[in-house]
Design a binder for this molecule. Sequence first.
Ligand SMILES: Cc1cc2nc3c(=O)[nH]c(=O)nc-3n(C[C@H](O)[C@H](O)[C@H](O)COP(=O)(O)OP(=O)(O)OC[C@H]3O[C@@H](n4cnc5c(N)ncnc54)[C@H](O)[C@@H]3O)c2cc1C
Length: 470
Amino acid sequence: MSHATISGNPLVATYEAIEQFEASLRGNLITPAHPDYDDVRALYNGMIDKRPALIARCLDVADVIAAVDFARATEIPLAIRGGGHHGAGLSSVDNGLMLDLSLMKGIRVDPIARTVRVEAGCLQSEVDHATHAFGLATPTGTVGSTGVAGLTLGGGVGHLSRKHGLTVDNLLAADVVLADGSLVTATADEHPDLFWALRGGGGNFGVVTSFLFRLHHVDTIIGGPMLWPLDQAQEVMRWYRTFIATAPEDINGFFAFLTIPPVPLFPESLHLQKVCGVVWCHTGSKEDADEILAPIRAQLPPLVDGVQPMPFPALQSAFDALVPAGLQWYWKADFVRELTDEAIAKHIEHAQKLPPFQSTVHLYPINGAVHRTGSSETAFSYRDVTWAEVIVGIDADPAKAGEITRWAKEYWEAVHPYSAGGAYVNMMMEEGQERIRASYRDNYERLTQIKRQYDPANLFRINQNIAPAS
Ligand SMILES: Cc1cc2nc3c(=O)[nH]c(=O)nc-3n(C[C@H](O)[C@H](O)[C@H](O)COP(=O)(O)OP(=O)(O)OC[C@H]3O[C@@H](n4cnc5c(N)ncnc54)[C@H](O)[C@@H]3O)c2cc1C
């Protein structure tokens, strides 16, 4: 039998098998010869350049089953792509099959039951658009172009975390194509182990084709950034660490180091100034927000105070233009329980070297409603901390890749000793098994058991991989 050879790399599959696979799809099968190949394979992180042998552009569950069956039968490495935002590009694979879900865009809001059914190719901004029409929202992240699938499977941290929990805390059901090609629905009652593992365990257990989320009344919020000069960072951080520990759950605020972008939104005199800030999202009234924020406004009047009423999706997409797809991107993360004075000093030392102008550091609150679910109730383990911290080197210029990577690594080395140990898996590069294990802590063993049950051959391994228990 002849074997297909693409870009000089032999595929295990025969031409015949590939032709049969293509014929079974409603969507397209794209090879390197296809004119759209480079556009379709492109990942969010411009630093990562992978060349899959085949890209299956799935349109429905039947296509997903066909792709999983093909990968299992041919043993071709399989990567699953939702929104393509993974920092390490773990939604693609050299010389393998990319199972591309990005065309599966169905969204159905049920305003009576207050749920939304989301297909696996949807981006955060698309879901916000659909639910906002009903004055409803489900918690997701902070950048509209992020894929809901990958974000959810890792946990989902964002503007509504303190009020309504992680994205996984609002997941009611998931349709999943398993490694054997069967489709199951995972809920708290059906396949409860699988449902537990999907809530933080990433794409290790199957291809999720759609998610059912709980919705909340979130319509106009009081949100936006408050920024202070970097030389006030120590005072701001000391105030913030105490404030966020006991603040009402209506308010979320993530701390950031950033450079003021050179855009007309900001006075020219502030362009490219390094600052620290908090990005607020208050889901109650403006009067309540003003009362809560009055002490900091009086104590440390901000350089920029952009906090104002706005539709929730406006805040959700406020930073999209700053971080378009294709930039160089390198990040390191940790969970943080306490921000000690020494840790603050290290942060400020390295924030002063923040590479201009998109690089940033965020501390996302992991408290409020997130703490109401126990650490072993979902695969997402680190619920007993205060922040998910991420240090992100970003630059449009590929020549700066080394510089932003070095800065992020040096910063992380300096603050890691003050961390809780593991990191949010959705904000890690490929950092090895020990780091993955540390991020799941006591939940790791159970995850390996569930992996053995649902994917004993580790078909789904292009991810922050949890190997099946032996
Ligand atoms: C600009 C930016 C902002 C971000 N902001 C936030 C934030 O505020 N909060 C937050 O929590 N995270 C945030 N993230 C991290 C984000 O959650 C992860 O990058 C996540 O992996 C993105 O999901 P995706 O579907 O776009 O990624 P992809 O790269 O498509 O997939 C990521 C991983 O999930 C797997 N996967 C994807 N879809 C499926 C599926 N349907 N079934 C099974 N496995 C699947 C993939 O195989 C891959 O391993 C941000 C990322 C970026 C780049």
